[in-house]
Ligand binder design. Structure first.
Ligand SMILES: Nc1ncnc2c1ncn2[C@@H]1O[C@H](COP(=O)(O)OP(=O)(O)OP(=O)(O)O)[C@@H](O)[C@H]1O
Ligand SMILES: N[C@@H](CCO)C(=O)O
Length: 321
């Protein structure tokens, strides 16, 4: 359960007194998630999510995330809407952490999406990219290729305790990725963490996208590569070409992929797997004492990397365009 910061009743009531969302009727820590502390709030005005931003979120980036959610919601995307307090700001402080309240979205995330869900996700991702096109703020992706070796160095000494040979194959992959990372692709606002737990469905329709706290300015196709990794493999590394093909086609039907993006897909997918393997590895080796969190398994992404090393072009990912 991701609750790193305990919030007392008194502190919560004092914080909520600044908002016009009525009296608090219920508050519960949320079991999912690994990054931030999240609480479900039920108040006289309805249901909300309270987030306390933890270690990986830089405070100076919060205005980007908050303004982005407001922008996307105004553009018609189903995403959380930040709630402003009486001073007109959506960012406050609670228990020494930056904190915000956003609207609660209905829907359920899918643990076993099928190919049609993947197609719908692809279309929703392309819709997000289009809705973000006229967003004026920028944020560099601080977890892109330049950040991977420094992350690896934090874990290198212990990597082989997690899996034999992990350090050597990661080092070799990093050499390839650093030498061949695609540049100059169509770019804009990307979500950068659109895993199944961040997408809600009602029936077979996407009903909401959440968790914009890795959003940044980067290649659109890299975002697609992140979701291909997250949605189209089993934990044991089995790849589902039908799901990947459907996701790419769903994306392409809304925002046409350029030939350079299609050509870059295998390297982008390999890099995306490396990014999540590394953050998971560092977290796996550094669980904060007392935190209620279940770290995620880095080896799931080590297994995906084995697939990406063998892929030669986008057809290996089900692209048929
Ligand atoms: N706006 C929302 N509406 C409904 N539920 C939400 C909302 N925001 C968050 N949640 C719930 O809280 C959980 C954790 O939220 P979130 O994914 O933002 O946390 P996180 O710690 O940043 O997680 P992650 O590990 O995915 O980065 C979600 O899986 C979802 O169940
Ligand atoms: N989605 C990430 C966790 C949040 O960064 C992962 O599964 O590793």
């Amino acid at each position: 359960m991701a609750v790193y910061t305990d919030v007392s009743d008194e502190a919560l009531r004092a914080f909520l007194a600044d908002y016009e969302i009525g009296d608090l009727l219920a508050c519960k820590g949320i079991a999912e998630g690994v990054e931030n502390s999240n609480f479900f709030l039920h108040t006289e005005a309805g249901n909300f999510i309270l987030t306390l931003y933890e270690k990986r979120v830089r405070e100076e980036d919060l205005p980007f995330f908050i303004n982005l959610m407001g922008h996307l919601a105004r553009a018609g995307l189903a995403c959380p809407q930040p709630v402003r307090n009486r001073s007109g700001t959506a960012l406050g402080r609670l228990c020494g952490r930056p904190a915000a309240i956003v609207t609660f979205l209905d829907g359920v995330s899918l643990s076993r999406p099928n190919a049609e869900h993947c197609r719908a996700l692809g279309a929703a991702l392309a819709g997000l990219h289009q809705a973000g096109r006229d967003f004026s703020m920028r944020r560099e992706n601080n977890l892109s290729v330049g950040a991977w070796r420094p992350l690896f160095l934090q874990a290198e000494g212990q990597a082989d305790t997690v899996a034999p040979g992990l350090a050597a194959r990661t080092r070799a992959d990093l050499d390839v990725l650093e030498a061949s990372w695609p540049e100059g692709l169509p770019s804009g606002v990307i979500h950068a963490d659109l895993f199944t737990d961040n997408v809600f469905f009602i029936g077979d329709e996407v009903s909401g996208l959440i968790d914009f706290y890795f959003a940044c300015t980067d290649a659109f196709a890299y975002d697609l590569a992140i979701s291909l990794n997250a949605w189209c493999f089993d934990a044991d590394g089995t790849f589902h070409r039908d799901k990947a093909g459907a996701m790419i086609a769903g994306y392409d039907a809304v925002r046409r992929l350029e030939p350079a993006e299609v050509a870059a897909l295998p390297m982008l997918a390999r890099g995306a797997a490396m990014r999540f393997m590394l953050t998971r590895l560092v977290d796996w080796l550094n669980v904060p004492p007392g935190a209620l969190v279940q770290p995620k398994d880095p080896l799931e992404y080590d297994r995906r990397l084995a697939f990406h090393r063998r892929a030669s072009d986008a057809r290996d990912y089900g692209w048929v365009g």
